[in-house]
Design a binder for this molecule. Structure first.
Ligand SMILES: Cc1ncc(C[n+]2csc(CCOP(=O)(O)OP(=O)(O)O)c2C)c(N)n1
Length: 364
């Protein structure tokens, strides 16, 4: 199996060996864990994700969509890990930057658009899709994921839980509590850290003084794996191993994928305020999509004509899904007060009354 200790633009992970199975120029290193057919499917989802980032950003700028967090640059990390779980068997617990993983796990593109367009009824995750809603409160998804994995274990259901978090989330108390319980209870959990080098404007060196996030797992009594997060094959391989451990009753694994957020944090952010263009240009040399295209070209499974055909079909798919989501009904504004509290506190009741008074006034 190809392994490398070469370091990227992120942190000095000098304690663990970082797995790489695909070189930047597309050369395979060692045994390949995915068939060309599977890699092609993954490439389509990576490309769809990249196109969705552009499409959604334009819609947000046009006032048609709310806040959107792109994953430009992190596609291998998200798609490689999502392909390693079985949507029919396993559970996926997202943060907020794993859109292609939600799709792969069974959420339709229409429903994904509906989420960002405030169409709350049609945004709901249907029964039978083993996916939790995205979680905007940093690290709050982690205790939920551990609870879910513990529940599966107690009910003797053979399934794994894949939970996503960022490098910033690893500094939260929820991370420690979740990792600690996951280890003690030996739950079937994969903690997948997308180390994209930034938590909004906070670079990794201000986030942690440790050699890596993966190395912390040992302190909780389970293994930590470090992978090149821009390498689809390495991410798929490491996550598959972690899922196999979970299914075999061997407990949790932490996988840290070292990647880079090439875009902005979300549509409210301007990354030029805290990082140089040169750094982004350097990261673009390790673009995860180009790497897969080079690999498939070598295998004789990819060329310009196939790329054009795929890009056209992706564009069509995005436009169709957006058109459908635009026809979904918008909720009544008073719905904003629902679905959080069974018994709303005084301040929430007051805000609801204010809204009702305003609406009565404007209809007079
Ligand atoms: C509990 C909490 N604190 C702060 C924020 C504001 N916030 C939103 S995203 C973010 C950075 C998270 O960084 P990271 O975990 O590395 O994930 P990334 O956004 O890079 O994917 C912060 C501080 C929040 N949403 N929730």
């Amino acid at each position: 199996m190809g392994r490398t200790v070469e370091l990227g633009a992120t942190h000095e992970a000098n304690d663990l060996v970082r797995l790489r199975l695909l070189d930047v120029d597309g050369t395979p290193l060692g045994t390949q864990p995915m068939s060309d057919r599977l890699v092609l499917d993954a490439l389509r989802l990576m490309k769809l994700s990249r196109a969705l980032d552009t499409f959604a950003t334009k819609l947000q700028r046009m006032g048609q969509m709310g806040l959107y967090g792109p994953l430009h640059g992190q596609e291998a990390s998200v798609v490689g890990s999502a392909f390693a779980v079985d949507p029919k068997r396993d559970w996926l617990v997202p943060a907020y930057r794993e859109q292609p993983a939600w799709l792969h796990h069974g959420l339709s593109l229409e429903r994904l658009f509906a989420q960002y367009m405030g169409r709350i009824v049609d945004a709901r995750i249907p029964e039978g899709v083993n996916l939790l809603p995205r979680n905007q409160a940093v690290a709050a998804q982690l205790p939920h994921a551990v609870g879910l994995a513990w529940g599966l274990k107690l009910r003797k259901i053979r399934a794994a839980v894949l939970v996503y978090l960022g490098d910033g989330a690893a500094s939260e108390g929820d991370f420690h509590e979740s990792a600690n319980f996951a280890g003690v209870l030996r739950v079937p959990l994969v903690m997948f850290v997308q180390n994209n080098a930034y938590a909004i404007s906070t670079p990794l060196e201000k986030q942690t003084a440790g050699p890596s996030i993966a190395s912390r797992a040992r302190g909780y009594g389970f293994p930590g794996r470090l992978v090149d997060g821009n390498d689809l094959l390495a991410v798929y391989s490491a996550t598959s191993e972690a899922v196999a451990r979970a299914l075999a009753g061997q407990g949790p694994t932490l996988v840290e994928a070292m990647t880079y957020r090439m875009g902005f944090h979300n549509t409210t952010d301007n990354p030029k305020a805290y990082r140089d263009d040169a750094e982004v240009a350097e990261a673009a040399r390790r673009d995860p999509i180009i790497r897969v295209e080079r690999y498939l070209t070598r295998a004789g499974a990819w060329d310009d004509a196939r790329a054009r055909e795929m890009e056209l079909s992706i564009q069509q798919e995005l436009e169709n899904a957006y058109a459908t989501a635009s026809r979904f009904e918008l909720p009544d504004p008073s719905e904003i007060f629902e679905h959080v509290y069974a018994d709303p506190p005084e301040r929430v009741r007051k805000q609801k009354e204010e809204l009702e008074a305003l609406r009565r006034k404007s209809s007079d």
